[in-house]
Design a protein around this ligand. Structure first.
Ligand code: 5RP
Length: 218
């Protein structure tokens, strides 16, 4: 199977986690896009969706799926999203698509986070993928200096502005042995909106597409 076929397989498998008549939270990225396309076929089963980005909102609406603003919704039984890296305890690095803040907010509301990924995303130690950090524009210099002081090499994502009007810094060279501690530490830097570590709120289930089929990690 190609990587695209793996993404489609895992997106299809995630449909089993939907709760009929309820709202589903939907992530951002190429794997999440495959999930949105699968959702189109069963849209009569759900009440609608909450989107983690404007790109996702447009794709959902393009399929005729009702998109609710998060502040109008109390309960999201399931959130389905991809990851840039995931480890055995289902902690993740996310934000390759720059939607990390809204993804983290929707994930915080959701009762269950189902991560959908192809096998290449499973790692022993997080951090080979540069960690995305969303930053308030006026703080960019300060935040980059602070990230360098904790051992990272920050790099501004050129020409990219988030849905929230902020900037993204991708940080390489971090040794992420304690993901929860690092998530907290980076979030404490003044000017950081959030960072792409999902350690305090890891996935509850990971559906991992491999050549041997879809594996479930939980
Ligand atoms: C976007 C994300 C995505 O989930 C992550 O980048 C994975 O994307 P893809 O499915 O395209 O590999 O966090 O902000």
């Amino acid at each position: 199977m190609t990587q695209d076929e793996l993404k489609k397989a895992v997106a299809r498998a995630a449909l089993a986690y939907l709760v009929d008549g309820e709202i589903v939270g939907v992530g951002t990225g190429s794997t999440a896009n495959c999930f949105i396309d699968e959702l189109a076929g069963i849209r009569h089963r759900i009440r609608g969706a909450v989107a983690s980005s404007e790109t996702t909102r447009k794709r959902l609406e393009g399929h005729g799926i009702t998109v609710f603003d998060l502040d109008t919704v109390d309960v999201i039984p399931v959130y389905v999203d991809g990851a840039d890296e995931i480890n055995a305890t289902l902690q993740m690095i996310k934000g390759g698509g720059g939607a990390l803040t809204r993804e983290k907010i929707v994930a915080a509301v959701a009762a269950k986070f189902v991560c959908i990924a192809d096998g290449s995303k499973l790692v022993t130690v997080l951090g080979h993928f540069p960690l995305p950090v969303e930053v308030i524009p006026m703080a960019i210099g300060h935040v980059c200096r602070q990230l360098a002081a904790i051992g990272g090499t920050p790099r501004l994502r050129e020409g990219f502005v988030t849905d929230n009007g902020n900037l993204i810094v991708d940080v390489s060279g971090l040794a992420i042995l304690d993901a929860s501690a690092l998530e907290t530490r980076i979030n404490q830097i003044v000017g950081v909106v959030t960072n792409g570590l999902f350690a305090h709120r890891p996935a509850d289930v990971c559906l991992l597409a491999t050549q041997g089929g879809v594996q479930t990690l939980s």
